[in-house]
Design a protein around this ligand. Structure first.
Ligand SMILES: Cc1cc2nc3c(=O)[nH]c(=O)nc-3n(C[C@H](O)[C@H](O)[C@H](O)COP(=O)(O)OP(=O)(O)OC[C@H]3O[C@@H](n4cnc5c(N)ncnc54)[C@H](O)[C@@H]3O)c2cc1C
Length: 423
């Protein structure tokens, strides 16, 4: 099977890279084993919330100088300030093109509430989420009503109300119940966000909930709901607002993430609509490399029929997606056997205090300055690496996972287009 570019991994970074390339006229295939981190995401993409030494960051671009001193192998340092600025400027139009509505900008972080009622600094948040410019001080509402579904355990309305009250918002907490949800309630393990969202794909159920909100929210100016709406429809909140006749906003739940799944579906559809081929449920097993050049790639489903392309992009994610594998004595990248940097002493991989910075979270594939993968210290000239499989950053402690995935994917697409003189 011959393509211009093979992308291995169809999460955020694989899709962003693939969309950019198909829009420039490249014939691309994405081969993806399964679910991505988007299925578990918060609904926000983080750019940079903290430096490796723990100091908080408000304005990510202004912190890049310090980042270069503290984490010289960070993907942002490879990109450099000017390229970061140019790529950041591309992102809003990119998401708008895919129909993914986001709010926020790269100059200054904004704050989104977590499922446990804390404020998390971030870069872009999916539209309809409850966000604000600062984690302290007054909010624009006097009264809010928080609604949860009776029996839904992945949303903590009381914690959220507690924080809002501290910020001067009078809060009421309501539980609601509906006949259409009864079949989920029979088994507590079925009462999960994605299953609930399927119930609210139906117009009549949305309208019934809108009536409940209208009748029970009293004089609250804003209704806050767990993000269990709009798995495949983008107009769910508009419908609730119309029937409830007031502002309705979303708060994240514990995983799985309905807005994250919708984003994955939207990006995948956009990629396919632009002409890309997406092979879901297939795993790339191995590749053949000749003279530092990837010549053939083999997948589980296609057996000995190879994928052949000018360029290959590795976007297989980190440990979570098995883009990296850890065994007691080694950490490795399973498809190409690319170089992964990590200390030999296993004790240095982790900190026994779970909440401390964990070194293993920064392990990842080594690349040259152009994000080309390396094996045995040598660059593979047509193999590019993007997203969470890269090394040199800690997505949890630095709050930069979404930014690294999106910006390195765009940068890799640009490298390929420049090399092939297209776009
Ligand atoms: C649970 C979780 C939640 C997160 N939430 C957030 C968040 O809310 N905000 C944020 O900014 N960052 C978050 N992050 C950081 C996250 O890593 C990035 O934001 C980003 O989504 C990662 O995208 P990716 O495409 O690089 O990797 P992934 O999303 O992990 O996608 C990799 C894909 O490659 C596939 N794959 C792996 N190996 C193969 C193979 N051999 N062949 C074919 N396919 C393969 C996998 O099945 C998967 O679909 C989260 C990370 C995790 C693990």
């Amino acid at each position: 099977m011959k393509f211009d570019t093979i992308i291995i991994g169809g999460g955020l970074s694989g899709l962003v890279c693939g969309i950019r390339l198909v829009k420039a006229g490249r014939r691309c295939v994405i081969v993806s084993a399964g679910q991505s981190a988007l299925h578990f995401s918060s609904g926000s993409f983080d750019l940079l919330n903290a430096l490796p030494d723990g100091s908080p960051v408000e304005c990510p671009l202004e912190a890049l100088g310090q980042l270069a001193l503290q984490a010289p192998e960070h993907p942002y340092v490879k990109l450099g300030v000017e390229r970061m600025k140019a790529l950041l400027a591309e992102v809003p139009a990119f998401f708008a093109g895919a129909g993914v509505a986001v709010e926020g900008q790269g100059v200054r972080n904004h704050y989104r509430m977590t499922p446990l009622g804390a404020w998390h600094p971030t870069w872009l948040t999916l539209k309809d989420f409850f966000c604000c410019g600062s984690p302290e001080g007054k909010l624009p509402w006097r009264k809010a009503a928080i609604f949860n579904i009776a029996g839904f355990l992945d949303f903590y309305a009381e914690f959220i109300a507690g924080d809002l009250k501290k910020r001067g918002v009078e809060c009421s907490v309501h539980l609601f119940n509906m006949d259409a949800l009864e079949h989920l309630r029979k088994n507590p393990s079925e009462m999960r966000s994605a299953n609930i969202a399927r119930v609210f794909e139906k117009q009549e159920n949305l309208e019934r909930l809108g009536e409940i909100l209208r009748d029970e929210a009293g004089d609250a100016e804003v209704v806050l709901l767990p993000a269990v709406f709009g798995l495949e429809r983008a107009d769910a909140l508009a419908c609730l607002r119309r029937v409830a006749n007031r502002k309705v906003m979303l708060l994240p739940t514990l995983p799985p993430s309905v807005p994250g799944i919708r984003t994955q579906l939207q990006l995948k559809k956009y990629f396919q609509d632009c002409g890309g081929v997406y092979m879901l449920g297939d795993t790339v097993m191995k590749a053949e490399v000749e003279d530092g050049h990837v010549v053939r790639v083999y997948s589980y489903n296609h057996g000995n029929i190879p994928f052949v392309a000018d360029d290959v992009v590795l976007a297989t994610g980190s440990f979570f997606s098995q883009g990296l594998i850890a065994e007691p004595g080694r950490v490795y990248e399973p498809v190409f056997g690319l170089d992964v940097k990590y200390p030999e002493e296993r004790e240095q991989w982790f900190d026994l205090n779970f909440f401390n910075r964990q070194a293993y979270q920064s392990f990842g594939v080594e690349t040259d300055g152009g994000f080309r993968g390396m094996r045995g210290g040598k660059v593979l000239d047509n193999l590019y690496v993007a997203g969470a499989v890269l090394g040199g950053f800690n997505a949890v402690k630095e709050g930069c996972g979404g930014g690294v995935s999106i910006l390195t994917a765009l940068a890799v697409a640009q490298q390929i287009m420049d090399k092939r003189k297209i776009g």
